[in-house]
Structures are given as C-alpha cells and as structure tokens.
Design a protein. Structure first.
Length: 423
C-alpha cells in the first residue's frame, strides 16, 4: 500500500509511474486525496475540542482547589457537550480512515524507474543469458512422456485422487523432489538464510499484509469454515512474521528461507499450455525473503538475482534473466526479475523464479518498521524470490538430460538423490 504522505506530495509522479503498469490512477487519486483532506479536517476538529477539554479540565481542578465550586460546576457542564462532540468526531474520524484505506488498497505499487513500459511478456527486457541450449535427438520426449516411461510422475493418478494439476510423484521422481528441496535449503543456509518452517494456512490479516488480499483472493484456495487461505507461496507467512514489528537497523538485512507446498487455483489459465508440470495447482518451492534497509534494498535485490542464477548454473540449466515490463508485473512489486530455463524437448523458455523488491508497499500494510537507537521508526523494504520452484525445474532437468540410457542427474544433486540415472 502506498503511503498517503507520498501520494499527497508526489501526485503527478504517482500517476506517471502507475501509467507504466498501464494503470490510470487519476480518478482514484482524486478520491483518495479528497478522503485524506476530509479525514484531516475531522482530525483537526477533534484535536481542537480535545485541547479545549484538557485546558478546561485543568481550570476546573484549579477552581475546586480555590473553593470556587459554582464556577467550577458551570465549566463542568460545558465539558459534557464537548465530550459528546468528541464521541461524534471520533466516529467520523474512524469512518473517514476506513474509507481512505479502502481506496488506498486499490492502488498498485509504483514501479521502479528502470521498469520498461509494455503490456505483455513479449515486452519484457532480457538482461542476461547463460548456458548452451542442448541439442536433443529426433526421438527426444517431453517431460510428461518421460515421466510415464520411467514411472516417476503419474498425472492421471493425481486426477483420480484430486483433479488436474495435482500430480503424484513416485519412486525416483519422489526422491528427486526431496533431493531438490534439500539441496535448495542447504544452499540457502550456506548463503546466510535462516530456515523457517511456516504454516501453509494463513488468516486474512496475513494475506492482506503481503498484498494477496484483496487483489488475488480469486487465485487462492479458501477454507470457508475457518476463514483461512492456503498459501500461494512461503513469502506470505514468512514475511508476516514481522507484521507489527520494529526491527533494529543493525540486524538488517534479515534473511529467511523456507520450503512449503504452494497452492494456486490458476483461475483463467485454461487457454495456456498446461501440459505436465508446466502449470499446477499444487507444487513445491523454496522461497527466500529479505527485510532490508531502504538505502540498500536494490543492492540486496541484485544479490538475490545472482544467488538464484547461481543455482541454475550449478544445475547445468541454460537460463535467461528478464526485467519485467510494467504490464507483466504483479500488483505489489516495484521491480521484478524473472528467471527462465530452456526446456529442450518443448523448445520453449519456462519461468522458474521471480525475484522482486516491494519497497515499502508490503511493510506499510504490515506496519513493519526499523529504527536505530532512539530514532523515529521508518518503514523497511521487503524482498522475496523463488529459489527455486520445482515443477519447471524438474521438467527441464528431465528433458535436457535425457539419453538413450536414461535421464542423467546433475552432479550437484547426486549426493541428495543417491543415484546418477533415472532408468
């Protein structure tokens, strides 16, 4: 959520920056500024009456001490009307604050100045490519056929048990999943991240804190009886650890990581390529989360980007890094890098990670602040990234490493899998 002081002081800049996200903010900002003015006017009245009441209360006390009871009683009668007015104004102030907040949450985050204009993924900017695209033989199979051939993932059994988008991993396929999770967690810990095992169900306040609500409720699974949401990513519970918390400046950046299953309804994605592991409703992912000083958050973002790229390099996967254009960014992000790996049998790039800086957008919602000593607390910056999401990593590993003897396991994973070949 954007800070109202920033909006008030930089209205034209907010309009200009949100236009990069193809969001016309003019009318909404007019409403927000009008509500803000209304709220401040009510607060000014309330402060004036409170000041009068406090001053008069002091005078009443002095009159009683001086034995001037009649004068004190007359002043006391006046305070009754003021107290009634205070109650009325407090109600108006509360209503004005709610009306303002209801409008503020409709505004997306403003994109960083380096974000390119654009409306579709085709407008994203390629900022780096590494690795050679493997050349497969004419008999090369896509991962969903390899999974069936080697009996490592059963998509039809998942449909039977739950529905489409819920695959069943078995044998070496299940062990590969576990190996990747442990490898990613070990690498994160070695890079200074503290492992967290969070709940996978969260309440509405948690969903609001990181910007999933009210923007993405249609994409999340909802447990109606208990009013809980199944998480779309570990970012949500891990970042909310710091909701309503003031951290010490010297403790930043605060680096956490966590593995969770993730759940996404993927509403509206039926026309996209959903074969195999390309688009699932349930999948495993290791997430990295940073709480950073505003002056250093973009340095932290570049470090996170380099860290994720290092994982892909160790896995031997050709990859490219994209700076997302305004039209392809999330509601809450200020700058996002997507990492894509090349899936050789499908002959297409697959997104496997997004690394984003949210600046103060989430921390303003969560009241996540930092301070040094007795300084006034300030809003921190929050960042997160997939390190990594498993489905498309597995898809690419299976396709790119297939041979006539079986599927080779990357060297760095062999200590985790306990085998070198899926055959």
């Amino acid at each position: 959520m954007l800070e109202i002081n920033y909006i008030r002081q930089n209205t034209e800049e907010v309009i200009s920056r949100l236009a990069v996200k193809n969001f016309d903010a003019k009318e909404l900002l007019k409403e927000i500024l009008a509500l803000d003015e209304q709220k401040r006017a009510v607060q000014t009245k309330l402060d004036d009456v409170l000041a009068q009441l406090n001053k008069t209360s002091g005078e009443i006390g002095e009159l009683y001490k001086a034995g001037k009871r009649q004068e004190a009683d007359e002043l006391k009668n006046k305070t009754t009307a003021w107290k009634e007015e205070i109650t009325k104004l407090e109600g108006e102030a509360k209503d004005a604050e709610k009306a303002l907040q209801d409008k503020l949450v409709l505004l997306p985050n403003t994109p960083h100045k380096s974000v390119p204009k654009g409306k579709t993924p085709e407008d994203n900017e390629i900022v780096g490519t590494e690795g050679s695209i493997p050349e497969l033989g004419k008999d090369a199979l896509p991962h969903w056929e390899l999974a069936k051939k080697y009996k490592i993932i059963d998509f039809e059994l998942g449909v039977k048990i739950t529905g489409a988008g819920f695959p069943v991993y078995m044998g070496k396929g299940a062990r590969l999943q576990r190996a990747l999770i442990n490898y990613f967690l070990d690498k994160a810990q070695a890079a200074g991240y503290t492992e967290i095992e969070p709940p996978i169900l969260v309440n509405e306040d948690t969903g609001f804190g990181t910007g999933q609500l009210p923007d993405k409720e249609g994409q999340m699974y909802y447990v109606t009886l208990d009013k809980l949401y199944m998480i779309p990513t570990a970012e949500v519970p891990i970042t909310n650890i710091y909701r309503d918390v003031i951290v010490e400046e010297d403790a930043m950046p605060i680096k956490n990581c966590g593995y969770t299953p993730c759940f996404r309804r993927e509403a509206g994605s039926y026309g996209k390529d959903v074969r195999g592991l390309n688009r699932l409703h349930q999948f495993d992912k290791v997430e990295i989360v940073n709480i950073a000083h505003p002056d250093k958050s973009y340095e932290v973002l570049e470090e996170m980007r380099g860290y994720v790229a290092g994982l892909l390099k160790e896995l031997g996967l050709p990859y490219r890094i994209l700076r997302l254009c305004g039209g392809d960014m999330s509601f809450a992000s200020a700058l996002t890098y997507d990492m894509e790996v090349f899936s050789a049998a499908q002959k297409r790039w697959l997104e496997v990670s997004s690394v984003s800086n949210f600046e103060t957008f989430q921390s303003n919602r969560m009241k996540l602040r930092f301070k040094k000593g007795k300084d006034k607390p300030r809003l921190a910056h929050t960042l997160n990234g997939s390190a990594l999401a498993l489905p498309r990593i597995v898809a690419s590993l299976l396709e790119n490493n297939q041979t006539d003897k079986g599927i080779r396991i990357p060297e760095v994973l062999i200590p985790y899998t306990g085998f070198e070949l899926i055959n």
